[in-house]
Write a protein that binds this ligand. Sequence first.
Ligand code: FAD
Length: 291
Amino acid sequence: LQPFDYVRPRSLAEVAQLLEEADAQTCILAGGTHLLPEIELGRIRPRLLIDIKAAPELNELRYTNSEGLTLGAAIPISQLLTSPEVRRHYPLLQEVARIWGSVQVRNRATVGGNICQASPAADMVTALLCFDAECRIFGPEGERWTPLERFLLGPGRTALKPNEVLVSVRLPSLGGKSVGAYRFVRKGKGGHVTLAGVAVRAVAISHGVASWRMALAGLASSPKRVSEAEHILEAGELNEHAIHRAAQKAADAAEPIDDARASARYRAALAPVLAERSIRAVARQMWGYGA
Ligand SMILES: Cc1cc2nc3c(=O)[nH]c(=O)nc-3n(C[C@H](O)[C@H](O)[C@H](O)COP(=O)(O)OP(=O)(O)OC[C@H]3O[C@@H](n4cnc5c(N)ncnc54)[C@H](O)[C@@H]3O)c2cc1C
């Protein structure tokens, strides 16, 4: 292991100052569940690690009716499980947090790390897309905001410029009963990489009518929204025809690839099945549909 320096700034201002002096061998360290194995394998050789976990601005978990939910980039996945506001307004986030690796990994892995790692199969990113999440970014030119959808540029690639840090994500408030479901397939017992997953959330408007969101994991170069399915589900009172058509839109939107874990064909076949299961799980919780 090549030796490296380690710093633990105590505020966002200190993080920003360190990043201004950073070079290509400076890495931001959050929970380290992705970064540390990469360093150990020699795939990343940093000279300096900036541990962002002690900066209060990156550890916020705050909900207000006007602003919605702010999740600091450095909050661990496990913290989502203990928040009453997340349980009440964004239960899909808790469903995803519960299926994360293991207790130890959940206590280390952060929300921001899941976003910045930019894995096509990132489970929390997929759930966050269902809430129109916006990313707060800080860098030498100050602060900027970008929708999560535009932050993701492909495997391992994000819209972060050199010397920028993801500070937090903001999820707008929803103004109604919110229900979510995430159906996924992983390889083997204890596997932690999602081969394919479909997240769905609905916010009730009236009986059988809701505002819907759907997003895919492991089925394209980044997690992605399926707006065509959302439009079908929002077009009127939910029925069997709409469920089948929306699930088919998930299949149409999928652009899976072959890799060591699964074939593109297998992933493509999973897309409509998982989409239908997620839609049904949401409709059952929301209205007792099909129960
Ligand atoms: C055993 C195991 C189980 C796992 N289970 C799951 C799972 O169920 N679902 C899932 O989606 N993933 C899973 N993962 C993958 C990984 O844990 C997650 O992607 C995790 O959220 C990464 O967060 P981290 O804080 O550990 O990131 P780190 O490893 O600290 O960082 C990841 C990358 O993001 C950069 N980065 C981190 N934070 C910021 C920031 N705020 N601003 C700018 N750059 C930043 C780092 O420089 C690094 O390049 C698992 C991994 C392991 C080893």
